[in-house]
Ligand binder design. Sequence first.
Ligand code: AMP
Length: 215
Amino acid sequence: MNIILLGPPGAGKGTQARRLTEDLGMVQLSTGDMLRAAVSAGTEVGKEAKAIMERGDLVTDEIVIKIIDDRLDEPDTEKGVIFDGFPRTLGQADALSDLLDRKGLALKSVVEMRCDDEQLVVRVTGRFTCGMCGEGYHYSFKMPAKEGVCDKCGSTDFKRRDDDNEEAFRTRLLNYYKDTSPLIGYYHAKGTLSPVDGTAAIDEVEKQIRAAITA
Ligand code: AMP
């Protein structure tokens, strides 16, 4: 089963993708995570993407399509993939459709996580993650039970994304409305779109997504 989580920055796509992978055997393909890894590793792609990502703009379709194309050839994607943060433009959506056809794969469903803009800015500017296991936290809503120690893996190393500041967030949100939100109509027309209430509590959103992808 291959699904797409579609939604603005801070909608909770990464959080939900991580939860779904825990028992469904699917892998999370986050182009944002893959690009951040390329930036950290200092690859050619990373060098090209770094400043663009810091501003909150989109890297080229060509780069992300190539990343996804290569990644889908790895054997761990066989049980299914959760696309998180991809596709983000109509060009990427068309390319994904061609890629899936070419590889004999199908798209089961596209889950649209609907949110409220002001809630998004609060979520994004307050979030941080464990540098070891990736568990997500928030200064206002979810601090580690023991200060400075990850609940999940015990690490004391936490990190914040460079683009989780208000200025970059506003650019990311604008780009979402300009380039990504047309995908809602695109997948609606294809009959694969399932909206869920992304403003609900994390467990409730997860319940709605599970219902949508198994329907
Ligand atoms: P994310 O972690 O999904 O919020 O992505 C972080 C940043 O990576 C975005 O603001 C873009 O600069 C870049 N990025 C991630 N996915 C894509 C994509 N599908 N197309 C273009 N840029 C992307």
